[in-house]
Design a protein around this ligand. Structure first.
Ligand code: NAD
Length: 332
């Protein structure tokens, strides 16, 4: 029987993991704080740790886990920029992730943000609740006939492109490894990133965070973007240089920005800070723009995605227990 310490646990994690426990005999130790070097002592007696996007598994943290004989890190997310994989390998700690959970959840959230922002539903909702039925300031644009630029055409990028194609948009794409078969079947055109920025009315980011993609959206890219264009980021906050983004928004050139992720989100996302003084000046500035929409890293939050994540998490823990290979495609 294996003990698994689950960090940064929220009620929905507990619910879905417990639902999938069945007769596995996994003993969950649900912890509501995050795993990092300073809290790693709490993994004492655990065979595996189950972590999410804001846990910080740097070398120090992994060394502390190795000392406590933790053999497996199971990420219940797709991104793995918060784990020092080289250190994990050296320390012989296996790392798996939830690689294939519903990419529709994330793509659909990107499109939900786009529609809300473009048609100003967030503002209309508040106005109507206040019995303000005026329409001034709520003009959007037709997506039909406009150009969408998809940065990153992996699982989520391809689905987002497909949905936007359904609106009648022209789709441009940029990726280190172009999927030429998919592109020709779906009428998608790969271009370089400058052309993508220059020609897109909607630019949507679907890249992992790596040293190469950090600040892929910087002052230069923002300057290339069409006046009135919309930027959507549901991938990782550090893909966008927030200071440059704020300058671009202040200049009035951008039509709007929708963010499900934010450069410094670790400090605030997933916490209820209502009634407190927000200490992050850049986030506070972003929240002041009428054409900025922020959700707190919730694109994965559907029943289907949570079920997929929980199922693969349990399967990988049982693979460790029974000495079987981990689920294909989830090992890092
Ligand atoms: P994926 O691995 O299927 O696709 C990523 C694509 O990015 C690949 O096609 C890859 O070739 C491309 N790429 C990588 N580095 C690049 C570079 N330097 N330049 C150009 N292209 C590059 O990943 P996915 O499942 O589509 O997920 C994409 C990202 O979405 C994840 O890495 C994660 O950070 C983020 N995500 C966010 C949420 C959320 O809740 N907001 C949920 C899931 C995933």
């Amino acid at each position: 029987m294996l003990t698994v310490a689950v960090y940064d646990t929220k009620p929905y994690d507990r619910e879905f993991l417990q639902k999938d426990t069945g007769a596995t005999g996994i003993r969950w130790r649900f912890l509501d704080f995050r795993l990092m070097a300073e809290t790693a002592f709490s993994a004492e007696g655990a065979d595996a740790v189950c972590v999410f996007v804001h846990d910080q598994l740097d070398r120090r943290c992994l060394e502390a886990l190795a000392k406590q004989k933790v053999k497996l890190v199971v990420l219940r997310c797709a991104g793995f920029n918060n784990v020092d994989l080289a250190a994990a390998r050296e320390l012989k700690i296996a790392v798996t992730r939830a690689a294939d959970y519903s990419p529709y959840a994330v793509a659909e959230h990107a499109v939900a943000l786009l529609l809300t922002l473009n048609r100003k539903i967030h503002r209309a909702y508040n106005r109507v609740r206040d019995q303000n039925f005026a329409l001034t300031g709520l003009v959007g644009f037709d997506l039909h006939g406009k150009t969408a630029g998809i940065l990153g055409t992996g699982k989520i990028g391809q689905i987002t492109a497909g949905i936007l194609k359904g609106f009648g948009m022209r789709i441009l794409a940029f990726d280190l490894f172009p999927q030429t078969g998919w592109a020709s079947e779906n009428g998608v055109e790969y271009v370089d990133i400058d052309v993508l920025a220059r020609e897109s009315d909607v630019l949507s980011l679907h890249l992992p965070l790596t040293p190469k993609t950090k600040f892929i959206i910087h002052r230069g890219t923002l300057e290339l973007m069409k006046p009135g264009a919309i930027l959507i980021n549901v991938s990782r906050g550090k893909l966008v240089d927030t200071a440059a983004l704020i300058e671009a928004l202040k200049s009035g050139r951008l039509g709007g920005v929708a963010l499900d992720v934010y450069e410094e989100e670790e400090e605030v996302f997933y916490e209820d800070l209502s009634g407190m003084v927000l200490q992050d000046d850049e986030l506070a500035r972003l929240l002041m723009f009428p054409n900025v929409l922020v959700t707190a890293h919730q694109a994965f939050l559907t029943h289907e995605a949570l079920s997929d994540i929980s199922r693969v998490t349990v399967r990988n823990i049982m693979a460790l227990a029974e000495g079987r290979p981990f689920v294909e495609g989830t090992v890092l």
